[in-house]
Ligand binder design. Structure first.
Ligand code: GTP
Ligand code: SPV
Ligand code: MN
Length: 582
């Protein structure tokens, strides 16, 4: 096969000449092609079939034990000037990076098939969508891309119609951590990834394209590419609101996006539009709208149960690829927090012993599933116009300091709230878990340019839009001294969303504090919840001393950005700091 897009054809020819595959296969995205890839991987041992009766069309992939998460220290943004990438990114000069990658890719596909995977991020007929082509030597990546993106024929047709696309070159290489790099060339709309087959390192449409490259494009084109879920909330009266929320990796986006209303909320409907990435545009009427560029979920498995997230639990009972979960004796997938069954083999395939110290499923084990399998799937996820946003929520995983919820005074203060986000690190990336780090807008690993310029871009939106959503901050993860969560979380988070919606509609009052507006305990609906007044008070109070420290830590962090830090942001910080003085 070939294409009428000359630049695509030329790039494919160049890549083939460099990587020397045995065969080149164009992917059309069909059911038949997917089935063929699955059969091929069952044959090669890349996939194991799971219990056919209980988990039809479900497969287990065990990744290389050294390749189980994103590798932030091996991920680079390659711009001519280091300052363009900023202190928030690892940087390499584009020429140096290209030379280094060329040496790695040289001959790496000998004995392998090179797959050409055209994809579209977003509904194929949406003006907000953007296309890309991933070249990869991994059938697992192709199968995942088919579930996660609009992949194949329709995407190629759009590329041939429009011309532009993001070039993503990927090889699993030798899966050697010492020969592993994820390189981004934002000015050339190009990605090169070598040596990993895992998630965000390898499914290039996701974090590499839809966040790092897209954020860079979005700045010059006047929109935003964000690490946000998109959820639709409908009240029993039929009032609908669309909310976008940015939480760092493994901090609750998928769960909030497909939340099951608690018993006290009969008649409320929650529908998922997206669970990880949102692209935000100002429409012709000056309203901020969002699309989900993905069409599937690559979600955290541990903790997913009938009780915590019935929607997710049900959607992964069939037609799902599991990566790095444990196995029961009768070939069912198993993970910590499943609440059913017992593991017989851990994620590496080793028999499980009663005295094991490590979890049986990898803490970053994942499911890949088409979004349409979600019982709470909203057809609006396919709407080319996206959805109008009522609220933007930032959040993190903080055992202390950050209250359950607060509202920013206005947009500019909201940008400070987002820029000040900190969160405990999780298993979604390699490295230590549980360390609090700054993760502005949950974009620390994903912003394709200097954060100072990114905050400046956020601050430009009041001038671009007629109506902007209100901005909030939430924290589901406050703990007591014994490490118990103070807030029940999951479905009960709807109670907090309800307060947020009521604030957007001007239906409920709030207490003004130095850090923003908080609900009075009586204004947060806790009917039917087993929560005492002291706990609620702790969740909804501002510890001034702790916040003085927090604000000064944010100030110190901002200093890394030097003169590039927008003055408006510094002024917002100053305003909050002075409010905390007395
Ligand atoms: P990425 O896919 O890495 O971007 O993660 P995510 O933000 O979608 O996180 P996800 O919803 O998968 O949740 C990650 C972990 O947090 C899971 O183990 C969940 O069970 C847990 N979690 C999610 N929501 C809550 C909550 O409200 N309270 C508590 N205590 N845990 C939660
Ligand atoms: C994240 O880490 O935020 C994820 C998983 O959503 S990955 O696709 O690996 O980036
Ligand atoms: Mn994510």
């Amino acid at each position: 096969m070939s294409t009428s897009n000359e630049s695509l054809q030329q790039w494919i020819d160049e890549v083939a000449a460099l990587t020397r595959p045995d065969a080149i296969r164009w992917c059309d995205g069909s059911e038949k092609e997917y089935a063929g890839l699955i059969q091929q991987m069952l044959g090669s041992g890349e996939l194991l079939e799971l219990n056919r009766q209980r988990y039809p069309n479900c497969y287990l992939h065990r990744s290389d034990p050294s390749d189980v998460a994103r590798v932030e220290h091996l991920t680079f943004v390659c711009t001519p000037e280091q300052q363009e990438a900023g202190p928030n990114n690892n940087w390499m000069h584009p020429q140096e990076a290209r030379d280094q990658m060329r040496a790695l890719f040289d001959g790496c596909m000998r004995g392998r098939t090179m797959y050409v995977v055209p994809y579209c991020m977003g509904p194929v007929d949406s003006p907000y969508s953007r296309c890309g082509v991933e070249i990869t030597d991994s059938a697992y990546v192709v199968a995942n891309m088919r579930l996660m993106t609009r992949m194949g024929k329709a995407a190629l047709e759009r590329i041939e119609r429009e011309g532009g696309f993001v070039k993503g070159l990927h090889s699993i290489g030798e899966l050697d951590p010492n020969r592993r790099f994820i390189m981004h060339f934002p000015q050339d709309l190009e990605i090169q990834s070598y040596g990993s087959g895992y998630g965000g390192n390898a499914l290039l449409g996701k974090k590499c394209h839809a966040l790092r490259i897209a954020s860079y494009q979005a700045r010059s084109e006047g929109w935003l590419a964000e690490h946000m879920l998109l959820v639709e909330i409908e009240s029993p009266e039929g009032e609908k609101h669309y909310i976008a929320a940015a939480f760092p990796s493994a901090c609750g986006k998928t769960n909030l996006a497909m939340l099951i209303p608690p018993a006290a909320y009969a008649g409320w409907k929650v529908r998922t539009i997206g669970d990880d990435i949102a692209w935000l545009h100002v429409d012709e009427a000056g309203q901020l709208r969002a699309i989900n560029p993905e069409s599937g979920y690559f979600g955290v498995v541990p903790g997913t149960s009938r009780k915590t997230n019935r929607n997710a639990y049900e959607m992964i009972q069939h037609d799902t690829i599991f990566t790095n979960v444990a196995l029961t004796a009768d070939q069912e997938p198993w993970w910590e927090g499943k609440g059913e069954g017992e593991p017989a083999y851990d994620w590496k395939g080793q028999p499980v012993t009663a005295d094991r110290q490590e979890p049986a499923a990898h803490p970053n084990s994942r499911f890949t599933v088409a979004a349409k399998q979600n019982p709470a799937y909203s057809p609006l996820a396919d709407d080319p116009a996206g959805v109008p946003l009522s609220a933007i929520i930032f959040g993190g995983r903080r055992r202390e300091v950050a209250p359950l919820v607060y509202e920013a005074f206005d947009w500019n203060h909201g940008v400070l709230v987002g820029a000040g986000v900190a969160s405990e690190t999780t298993a979604a990336a390699t490295g230590k878990v549980g360390v609090v780090r700054r993760d502005p807008m949950a974009m620390k690993p994903f912003c394709g340019y200097n954060f100072a310029d990114y905050w400046g871009h956020w601050l430009s939106f009041p001038a671009r839009a007629r109506k902007l959503p209100k901005i909030f901050h939430v924290n589901w993860f406050r703990q007591d001294r014994d490490g118990n969560f103070l807030w029940p979380g999951f479905g009960d988070n709807l109670r907090v969303l309800r307060w947020i919606i009521d604030r957007c509609e001007g239906r409920v009052a709030a207490r003004e504090t130095a850090i923003g507006y908080l609900p009075a305990p009586a204004d947060l609906d806790t009917s039917g919840l087993d929560i005492d007044a002291t706990t609620l008070e702790a969740l909804l109070s501002v510890d001034k001393a702790a916040w003085r420290k927090e604000i000064s830590a944010i100030g110190e962090y901002f200093q890394e950005y030097g003169d590039r830090l927008p003055e408006l942001l510094a002024a917002e910080l100053e305003r909050v700091a002075s409010g905390l003085q007395d």
